[in-house]
Write a protein that binds this ligand. Structure first.
Ligand SMILES: NC(=O)c1ccc[n+]([C@@H]2O[C@H](COP(=O)([O-])OP(=O)(O)OC[C@H]3O[C@@H](n4cnc5c(N)ncnc54)[C@H](OP(=O)(O)O)[C@@H]3O)[C@@H](O)[C@H]2O)c1
Length: 199
């Protein structure tokens, strides 16, 4: 099993995130500086810029984003932000604040996406949509980092397990095997480090 296939536009609802190995999509206080220094396969960002027709986010993420826009401003399209209190939101070009339910927000977002994909960039809204059966794909880029704290992709204590099928070739219920090592050298003597015997 290799890397994922290129993403394609197809009117899909994608729950799309870069996520730490331990399942966080934002650090404590919504910090995002941990994403610095992480690389992705060539052309990956362009894939999503091309195939995304609209974005649906939540009010906290919107507030935290400040002036920044998805894909560093390289993507242009309609953004929908779900909130209970649109009256105190600063108006912004291309941004619509919605007070409807998540299912209606998806309907609006998909219509605006014009056949391309609707990206859900919110853990809380993604969870609600998952429960409603409205997520087509959970599309993740797993970063080689452990955060230990922050905002989880899926934070739903007490819920029943949500079973998934991996998209792509091969057994859809097989585990995905990955191996990492800390970037700091292991604090062991040279004699006991892996490979020492062979040197
Ligand atoms: N790693 C990545 O690739 C990536 C990408 C994008 C964003 N992020 C991060 O993800 C984080 C988003 O965090 P989050 O999940 O805590 O916040 P969020 O989903 O952005 O916002 C949650 C808020 O949205 C509003 N909301 C949610 N569902 C609603 C509904 N059904 N009806 C009306 N309003 C609703 C509520 O705000 P009100 O009640 O106040 O209106 C709720 O408190 C941000 O820190 C952002 O930086 C990470």
């Amino acid at each position: 099993m290799g890397d994922t296939e290129s993403q394609v536009a197809g009117g899909k609802v994608l729950w799309h995130f870069t996520m730490s190995l331990d399942g966080f999509v934002a650090g404590p206080n919504r910090a995002m500086d941990w994403m610095a220094g992480i690389s992705s396969r060539p052309g990956l960002v362009e894939e999503y810029i091309e195939t995304t027709g609209a974005v649906l986010g939540g009010r906290d993420g919107w507030n935290a984003a400040g002036d920044s826009r998805p894909y560093g401003g390289a993507w242009h399209g309609p953004i929908f932000v779900l909130t209970h209190h649109p009256e105190d939101a600063m108006p912004a070009d291309g941004v619509t604040f919605l007070t409807c339910g998540p299912a209606e927000a998806v309907r609006i977002g998909l219509a605006a996406a014009g056949g391309k994909n609707l990206e859900v960039l919110s853990p809380t809204i993604g969870s609600q949509l998952l429960e409603l059966g409205l997520i087509d794909e959970i599309d993740l880029h797993i970063a080689p980092i452990l955060l230990g704290d922050g905002i989880r992709l899926y934070d739903n204590p007490g819920c029943a397990p949500v079973r998934l099928h991996r998209v792509g070739e091969g057994d859809p219920v097989a585990v995905v095997n990955v191996r990492y090592r800390p970037t700091a050298p292991a604090k062991r003597s040279a004699e006991s480090s892996p490979g020492a015997a062979a040197e």
